[in-house]
Design a protein. Sequence first.
Length: 112
Amino acid sequence: MDDKKLLEMYPVKECEFDVENDLVIIKYINLTPSFIERIFFKKQTQRPARVDLDKLGTAVWHLCDGKNSVNSIVAKLKEQSGEELEQAEQRTIQFIKQLAGNKFITLYQKNN
């Protein structure tokens, strides 16, 4: 998906999460077996896993509510951080792509 189209999409969280020390921890089930598990266990195991987000990731995560487009998330982060628009846009787009690629969020396009 190209970046211009992504800016018009609306991200929605698909994982449970906790907040510790004002930072988000995404909780999910890891279905990918480790090297040892593949060798010694025939049955695939489901292990709980987590991803600890930094301050920027936490801000993006909280804005992934289906009400904010990626473009509006970029604008809000630029406003909060004081970063240049291009830098804020590229960092946010890359992070949104990673979240979507790991199925932590789903991207929707609103019909007008």
